[in-house]
Ligand binder design. Structure first.
Ligand code: CAA
Length: 291
């Protein structure tokens, strides 16, 4: 199927990046959220990110204006039923995602493909509660979406080949690279990345290193672009904890036990950059370690 229009649900960190790259690749985008403020700030973020690409000579001003012209916003979820492909990027809670798909279902065109940008929830389970498990799959972008090259494509048990091919064509047109993953807890990237981040938190918890020395070690000793604690703040500590819990519950192996210190930060509401405090305090000029 030739996808021309895409509905994006959720205008947060991931949703606005997804709308940005789709519009830049000449898809018509309908961006939905429950809050007008979230939609307004998503458009402001996309405009800022496109403007930076113009100022660095990566795209022209005309391309920026054309991309912005391809993004419409709506508070009405049913309107997304008229698109060819829906990418759900709402809050990472299964009950919320399930309710969104239930509300959208009566308004869908027969051919519409449903996908979720979930980082760890079972695609097969989400799909089984819709009327089209064969046209349902995982479409997982990495953060920051405009910069990161990878998209994980996750087939549920029932996903058909045509759906996979349609989604792969979209990834190709975005100029990104698709990695095919099976539907097991946290797929590929987070299955490997989150235990490393969790281990970095244990390393801090046990006093093996400070925030600074742990991050410095992995940046200079393993050539990671960000240290694991800096990266955890960037992703969101609540998201990191949620993914560790999915691994722990789904694979029933104690090696995925979330570090109690990670839980403690989340209990404090210190969720990383988005709340201006996590393993670093971002309220001043430069980030300052909180331990
Ligand atoms: N949105 C859009 N563009 C951004 C951006 C953002 N949030 N942050 C940086 N950029 C752009 C910059 O504009 C710059 O673009 P140009 O090349 O056109 O100049 C480019 O990215 C590089 O930025 P900087 O030079 O400012 O900074 P940097 O070199 O330190 O790179 C980084 C920043 C790309 C974020 C880099 O630190 C990095 O790769 N970090 C690791 C990111 C990562 O691991 N992401 C995956 C997280 S896991 C995930 O997403 C899965 C999940 O489910 C949790």
């Amino acid at each position: 199927m030739d996808v021309k229009s895409v509905g994006v649900i959720g205008a947060g960190q991931m949703g606005n990046g997804i709308a940005h790259v789709l519009a830049a690749a000449e898809y018509e985008v309908l961006l939905n959220d429950v809050s007008q403020d979230a939609l307004d700030s998503a458009i402001a973020t996309i405009t800022g990110n496109l403007a930076r690409q113009v100022s660095r000579g990566k795209i022209t001003d005309e391309a920026m204006q054309a991309a912005l012209g391809r993004i419409s916003t709506t508070l009405e979820l049913p309107q997304l039923g008229q698109t060819d492909l829906v990418i759900e990027a709402a809050t990472e809670r299964e009950a919320i995602k399930q309710a969104i798909f239930e509300d959208l279902q009566p308004h869908l065109l027969p051919h519409t493909i449903l996908t979720s940008n979930t980082s760890s929830i079972s695609i097969t389970r989400l799909a089984s509660r819709t009327d089209r498990p064969e046209r349902f799959m995982g479409f997982h972008f990495m953060n920051p979406v405009p910069v990161m090259q990878l998209v994980e494509l996750i087939r549920g048990i029932a996903t058909d080949e045509e759906t996979y091919k349609s989604c792969k064509t979209v990834v190709d047109r975005l100029g990104k690279t698709a990695a095919s993953a099976e539907d097991f807890p946290a797929f590929i990237v987070n299955r490997i990345l989150m235990p490393m981040i969790n281990e970095a938190v244990y390393t801090l918890y046990e006093g093996v290193g400070s925030v600074q020395s742990i991050d410095q070690s992995m940046k200079l000793g393993a050539n990671h672009p960000m240290g694991p604690l800096e990266l955890a703040d960037f992703i969101g500590l609540d998201t990191c904890l949620a993914i560790m819990n999915v691994l722990h519950d789904g694979l029933a192996d104690t090696k995925y036990r979330p570090c109690p210190l990670l839980t403690k930060y989340v209990e404090a509401g210190w969720l990383g950059r988005k709340t201006e405090r996590g393993f670093y305090d971002y309220r001043g000029e430069v980030p300052v370690p909180t331990r």
